[in-house]
Ligand binder design. Structure first.
Ligand code: PEP
Ligand code: MG
Length: 897
């Protein structure tokens, strides 16, 4: 015989038993044990739910356990369930570990039938109206929940009853109207459920319990769990609670309340109250509620008691609580409490208040806010109170709120920006050519590509708003328009894009600037608002606490400066390829087309001073801090015009008898360099080994720039990073050449800059041979974008827009591995590389510079894996600082999900 206990009386539980009793059951137990007025009841555990969902039937012992607890409940209440003369009624309420508001089912007034309805009326002092109203509610809720009767059928019937009587509100129906309505409801029930409404109270209770169990797998609950990343196998508990009635007259009512304002965090209670009503009326908005303050005028005794209880709950839970309560004939009952959900701003403000009130310490405050919340606070947001028209939804690629006129090319974006216009660059997808347009635009909208597409990565790096992969939109670049849902937008039409939600709106939506960013930038004082004060205090603590350093990915002086103001402790990745665009592209062309050594050298010589200036600017902005510069990485043909464009140009020239000249040479080069899989082709370290002088030119530019800045009194600290290494021999060859250049510059300038030479670990083979690679590398930096791409064998530029949705649906992963590190697979490669790298070279400096460096969950992983630093885009730096602090704390703690 099974000894598992499936049913707990409220007095037997406590708040720590959320896994077993669900959030609602655990907190009802906690309140019961605090001596608060909770109606008696018991909880059927999530374990019972799991058995039922797995085996299609409830555990054998459950029926008896319920019977025993029901008997106790009946004794406590002095009434029997559904008794004809004086019925005990119960509610059957869902309650999972994590709150899933409105996602699962509840049935009230269980125990009423054709006989007990009269008993209830008697008990309610001859209040027939109340009894029949309760009965019709039971049939309605039971019908919908247990037997899938369409809700509208009941709603039509009640509307008909009100119309017949020419009244607007439910409360205007009298006992006779409601008795007739019960008959109508029973008929509706029978028509749909093909059986009579069950008259046996225990059968009602058991069927309602199973329906609550089943509601765990309702479509909307499944969807909600996926969105909130709640595991699918937790199951729900069921709470059987003695009914108390808020609909017994004007001296009764029901309400919801918060112990602080969940929107702003402001102190003071907030809530709504509805006289003569049951719980679902408040939520359904059937009648207008009044504010909690008015309860004081209506029923001062209940109000005062409620205030006392709320203060007690806040002190006990040491956090904002939300509650549901009912007043039955002047007696207050607590029906629910939990640590309440709140906005990102309120989370910071409340955490700070609670420190001041001595309820929590700084560690706990830091633990209660998240990097995700901080990120939300850093972006300007749309004020959508005017209900703007949404035209599409894409992937929220880089947060923020951008408004502007539509343009379809980088050139148009630059021209418009020069003319002082705000524009949104709309493309099917972007490539490095679009960079000037991306810089000029307020935001970027693409119809293809995922979170690591070019548009997304570059936009995040710049802190620019971006929505990508909005595939409802059909972009017609040559036609100068895009269409969506029957609407056409031409160049110059205004749209608004929300990079935090992926939403795209027609026209201009008003924007609110972020005060948190103004504070990080130094333009708002610490005491300028409660929010800024709270952010400052918690960030200061995170900085004291964290072990991981936080660097930034930046490749110009402006971004470096901003990142430094945001708290970056150096640059973890300076991508040099952006320095080869614009006017300089021509020099790269010359380099690629060079047939002779001297032609190649001339192109490199022309690039050298330009690169030197780039690096000098960055060294000045990051004086005193390490700057990791990655030698050029992408395939060089990315710097040449597209094959199709060139082919057309050459064909037109030839057809009209002109000499295509330079274009013909370029076309030949593009054809020669074409690769089926460029990401697995001639890029990274391979370029350095194949194109003579290219890496040496970059190293020379770094060394000379450092010497120059040192001469100006600055403190440049370059680190030279070689990309895409898979074998120690590749790195060794480049290292020897680079060391030679560094020595040569040192002896010529008399300034030895002591640059470290290290490598990215982004090819799986590099991770697996890290012990060997560390012999030639003075530092490692994990390029987790490529490591994920090559580890999984799928293209980071394509898959998020193609099959990832299906993979997410199938649960193959809960979140894109390009967004959050795949601990089991890619994470294992990282752990191997850390261990073997440090075994060879104990002082090996190790960081990460892929997109994951700014992802909260991944930061926790990198902390655990023993890295020295994470590097991320400037706008993610504060997020990484906070999460690196949180990663130090024991992960057990309060959870307000
Ligand atoms: C990486 O691969 O993680 C990386 C940082 O390099 P990139 O994204 O430039 O390929
Ligand atoms: Mg890479």
């Amino acid at each position: 015989m099974s000894t598992t206990k499936y049913v707990y009386d409220f007095a037997e539980g406590n708040r720590d038993l959320k896994d077993l009793l669900g959030g609602k059951g655990a907190n009802l137990a906690e309140m019961t044990n605090l001596g608060l007025p909770v109606p008696p009841g018991f909880t059927i555990t999530t374990e019972a739910c799991k058995v039922y969902l797995d085996e299609g039937r409830v555990p054998e012992s459950l029926e008896q356990e319920i019977a025993a607890h029901l008997a106790d409940l009946e004794e406590a209440m002095g009434r029997k369930l559904g008794d004809a003369n004086d019925p005990l009624l119960v509610s059957v309420r869902s309650g999972a570990k994590f709150s899933m508001p409105g996602m699962m089912e509840t049935v009230l007034n269980v125990g009423l039938n054709d006989e007990s309805v009269a008993g209830l009326a008697r008990r309610a002092g001859g209040n027939d109206r109340f009894a029949w109203d309760s009965y019709r509610r039971l049939i309605q809720m039971f019908g919908k929940t247990v037997c899938d009767v369409p809700g509208e059928a009941f709603e039509h019937a009640i509307d008909d009853a009100k119309a017949a009587k020419k009244v607007r509100n439910d409360v205007d129906l009298d006992a006779d109207d409601l008795r007739r309505l019960v008959d109508a409801y029973k008929k509706i029930f029978k028509d749909h459920a093909k059986r009579d409404f069950p008259q046996d109270p225990r059968e009602q209770m058991d069927l309602a319990t199973k329906a609550v169990f089943d509601s765990w797998n309702a479509d909307r609950a499944v969807l909600y769990r996926r969105q909130e990343r709640i595991p699918a196998d937790l199951g729900t508990a069921v709470n059987i609670v003695a009914m108390v009635f808020g609909n017994l007259g004007e001296d009764s009512g029901t309400g919801v309340a918060f112990t602080r304002d969940p929107a702003t965090g402001n102190q003071g209670v907030y809530g709504d109250y509805l006289q003569n009503a049951q719980g679902e009326d408040v939520v359904a908005g059937i009648r207008n509620t009044v504010s909690l303050d008015e309860l004081e005028l209506i029923d001062k005794k209940s109000f005062d008691e409620l205030m006392d209880i709320m203060a007690k709950l806040e002190h006990h839970y040491k956090d904002l609580c939300d509650i549901e309560f009912t007043v039955e004939r002047g007696k207050l009952w607590m029906l629910q409490t939990r640590v309440g959900k709140r906005t990102a701003a309120a989370a910071f403000v409340i955490a700070n208040q609670l420190i001041d009130e001595g309820l929590i310490d700084l560690d706990e405050a830091m633990y209660r806010v998240t990097g995700g919340q901080l990120a939300q606070l850093m972006f300007p947001a749309f004020d959508t109170s005017g209900s703007p028209k949404r035209i599409a939804k894409g992937i929220a690629a880089s947060p923020g709120a951008a408004v502007g006129k539509v343009v379809f090319s980088a050139a148009a974006a630059v021209a418009a920006a020069d003319a002082g216009e705000k524009v949104i660059l709309v493309r099917r997808e972007t490539n490095p050519d679009d960079l000037p347009g991306m810089i000029a635009a307020q935001g970027i909208l693409t119809s293809r590509g995922g979170k690591t597409s070019h548009a997304a990565v570059v936009a995040r790096g710049m802190g620019k708003t971006c929505v990508c992969g909005a595939d409802e939109i059909s972009v017609n670049i040559s036609g100068g328009k895009f269409t969506v849902g029957g609407l056409t937008f031409a160049e110059g039409d205004v749209i608004s894009i929300d990079g935090s939600t992926g939403e795209v709106y027609e026209g201009e939506v008003p924007v609110q600037p972020s005060e948190v960013v103004q504070y990080f930038e130094g333009s708002l004082a610490v005491d300028s608002s409660p929010l800024v004060t709270a952010v400052h205090r918690i960030m200061t603590h995170a900085d004291e606490k964290r072990r991981l350093k936080v660097r930034t990915n930046a490749d110009n002086g402006d971004d470096s400066g901003r990142a430094r103001r945001f708290g970056a402790e150096g640059i973890g990745l300076c991508r040099t390829e952006h320095m080869f665009l614009g006017d300089r592209r021509e020099l790269v062309e010359r380099l690629i087309l060079a047939h002779e050594d001297d032609e190649r050298q001339a192109a490199l010589d022309a690039l050298l001073p330009l690169q030197r200036d780039d690096f000098a600017e960055i060294f000045r902005a990051m004086s005193g801090l390490p700057v990791t510069i990655r030698l050029i990485d992408p395939p060089l043909h990315e710097f040449l015009p597209p094959l199709e464009d060139l082919a057309v140009k050459v064909a037109i020239a030839e057809a009209s008898g002109r000499d295509p000249g330079h274009d013909a040479d370029l076309l030949a080069a593009v054809r020669r360099m074409h690769e089926q899989n460029p990401m697995l082709g001639l890029r990274g370290v391979r370029l350095g080994l194949v194109i003579p002088g290219l890496f040496a030119m970059q190293v020379r530019a770094i060394a000379e720039a450092a010497a120059q800045v040192r001469g100006e009194g600055g403190d440049p600290r370059p680190e030279i990073m070689v990309p895409l290494v898979g074998a120690v021999q590749e790195l060794e060859t480049v290292r020897v050449e680079a060391r030679g250049v560094l020595d040569e510059v040192a002896s010529r300038t008399g300034v030895d800059i002591n640059a470290l030479i290290g490598t990215m670990i982004e090819v799986p083979r590099a991770a697996l041979t890290a012990g060997q690679i560390a012999e030639a590398a003075e530092f490692f930096s994990f390029g987790t974008n490529d490591l994920t791409q090559m580890g999984w064998g799928f293209s980071r530029d394509d898959v998020e827009g193609s099959f990832f949705t299906r993979y997410l649906d199938l649960g193959i992963f809960g979140v894109s591995p390009f967004e959050s590190i795949d601990r089991d697979g890619i994470g294992r490669l990282i752990r191997i590389a850390v261990a073997e790298g440090r075994a060879t070279r104990p002082d090996l400096k190790i960081g990460v510079c892929g997109e994951h460096g700014g992802d909260p969950d991944s930061v926790h992983f990198f902390h655990e894996a023993g890295l020295d630093y994470v590097s991320c885009s400037p706008f993610r730096v504060p997020v990484a600082r906070l999460e690196a602090g949180r990663a130090v704390l024991d992960t057990a703690g309060s959870d307000s999900r």
